[in-house]
Write a protein that binds this ligand. Structure first.
Ligand SMILES: [Fe+2]
Length: 237
């Protein structure tokens, strides 16, 4: 992966976590899972680091909060990146498993991890992985919302288990802690410890957690364009 320094900021908005990554050498930034209420803060942070914010990346279609992606795109010309399985209509760059997102001298590798949603992906940058709601600290994303699949979630978690123990885990929510390592999660996270796929699926499909409070508004916001915006599939990164 990339060498050299990287600037890293974890930004909290209620229970949601977003991340600003910046290449100080070339002064280019990306923001991961930006939240609408914090849109101006990402812009100010990029300015603080004298850097250009190139991309806003959503790890998946969020059902619990409003993404800032389309506002960052509309107001600031920042390109929006999501997995190609998304149905969000304001995407500039649609990525797939194995794609690399470059910003300055730094890069992020896309790992497709459907299960929480059909368009869920994790983002590996050096020794850190941004897991969205695929892998949470001590848990994993629910699979009963639109596009969810317990079977796919099991396979996606297996994919993450195959990565190195030393990799630091930065999730989309901090229901327990704000950071962990894959090694710790492999040892302690019960969602990674089911002896079989069948038992994992049985557990996930038997759970009936309450719906997110803002689900209807969030899904509507995150799946609709701002007037005049269009999806531009397939553009290079
Ligand atoms: Fe989610």
């Amino acid at each position: 992966m990339s060498a050299g320094n990287i600037i890293f900021e974890q930004i909290r908005s209620s229970g949601c976590l977003s991340y600003l990554l910046c290449c100080p050498e070339k002064k280019k930034c990306v923001v991961i899972d930006p939240e609408l209420d914090k849109a101006d803060e990402y812009i100010e942070l990029a300015k603080f680091f004298s850097s250009e914010l190139l991309y806003a990346i959503d790890t998946h279609t969020h059902a619990d909060h409003n993404s800032a992606c389309k506002v960052l795109r509309e107001k600031h010309g920042i390109k929006v990146i999501m997995h190609e399985a998304t149905d969000a209509p304001y995407i500039d760059v649609a990525v797939k498993d194995g794609d690399v997102i470059s910003f300055g001298s730094q890069s992020i590798k896309v790992i497709y991890t459907p299960g929480h949603t059909q368009d869920a992906m994790c983002l590996l940058c050096r020794d850190r992985i941004f897991t969205g709601d695929t892998l949470l600290i001590g848990g994993c994303g629910r699979t009963d919302l639109p596009g969810g699949s317990a079977e796919q979630q099991y396979e996606s978690l297996r994919k993450l288990r195959a990565l190195g123990d030393e990799i630091r885990v930065y999730p989309g929510h901090d229901y327990r802690e704000a950071v962990s390592t894959l090694g710790d999660e492999k040892q302690k996270n019960t969602r990674l410890l089911f002896p079989s796929k069948e038992e994992f699926v049985q557990f996930m499909t038997s759970r009936k957690p309450p719906l997110p409070r803002k689900i209807e508004g969030a899904l509507e916001w995150n799946r609709t364009p701002i007037q005049g915006t269009q999806r531009g599939m397939g553009e290079g990164i």
